[in-house]
Write a protein that binds this ligand. Structure first.
Ligand SMILES: C[S@@+](CC[C@H](N)C(=O)[O-])C[C@H]1O[C@@H](n2cnc3c(N)ncnc32)[C@H](O)[C@@H]1O
Length: 205
């Protein structure tokens, strides 16, 4: 049964529009996450933002289009995002291998990406992320987290999500603090999905 549901989910994920709209259901329309991202934005004024693994760019609208860049490996997601948000800037790239020609950003956002990557690729991804945070800037990582005793519905959503690398809190903290010190962290629920948020500050030069 789970295999059948997963096949349906795979097909939905192939279509950026269905991925974009269907994902809002388990995520409770991001009502728990967007205010958290907006609070970081507000604490920084009007930051230049890099959204790594932006997907269909659910978070782009929280930011000034002229000061936003979204990057994703999936050309279909990027096309969809660019059509939906023509004033924002997007690029297709594999962040693990990307050699960017960009000025460092005030804020780099990584939401729901690293749980798709094994440790080696997640570290490569985070090293690129760190290199693109300006001194004194911030890296905000929010990832699906494995919690003991999670309800069945959460475990099903995690299985359907290709989240082959959903880590527990200590593993997330070890991975992220390997690139930048974590200034603040929090575990919370967005719809039926538990998340771990880590806000890192890059020391000023
Ligand atoms: C679950 S989606 C999250 C999208 C978006 N951050 C959000 O929260 O709505 C994960 C995204 O990471 C992207 N991704 C995975 N590995 C990547 C890589 N190496 N470089 C760039 N994007 C990647 C996928 O294409 C996908 O769009």
């Amino acid at each position: 049964m789970l295999r059948l549901i997963r096949r349906v989910a795979d097909r939905l994920a192939l279509t950026p529009a269905t991925f974009h709209w269907v994902r809002k259901l388990p995520e409770g329309n991001y009502q728990a996450t967007k205010p958290r991202v907006a609070a970081v934005r507000d604490s920084m004024g009007d930051p230049r933002v890099l959204d790594l693994g932006c997907g269909t760019a659910e978070y782009a609208e929280l930011f000034d289009p002229a000061r936003y860049l979204g990057v994703d490996i999936h050309p279909g997601y990027v096309r969809f995002a660019q059509r939906r948000l023509p004033r924002h800037r997007f690029l297709v790239a594999d962040v693990c291998q990307w050699k960017p020609d960009e000025e460092p950003f005030d804020l780099v956002l990584v939401h729901g990406v690293l749980h798709h990557l094994d440790d080696a690729r997640a570290q490569a991804f985070l090293h690129t992320a760190r290199s693109l945070v300006r001194p004194g800037g911030k890296l905000l990582v929010i990832e699906d987290v494995r919690l003991a005793g999670a309800p069945l519905v959460t475990r099903i959503v995690h299985r359907l999500d290709y989240g082959d690398h959903i880590r527990d809190v200590p593993a997330w903290q070890a991975l992220v603090s390997g690139v930048l010190p974590i200034a603040r962290s929090e575990t919370y629920s967005s719809g039926v999905c538990p998340y771990h948020l880590m806000l890192c500050s890059k020391p000023a030069a």
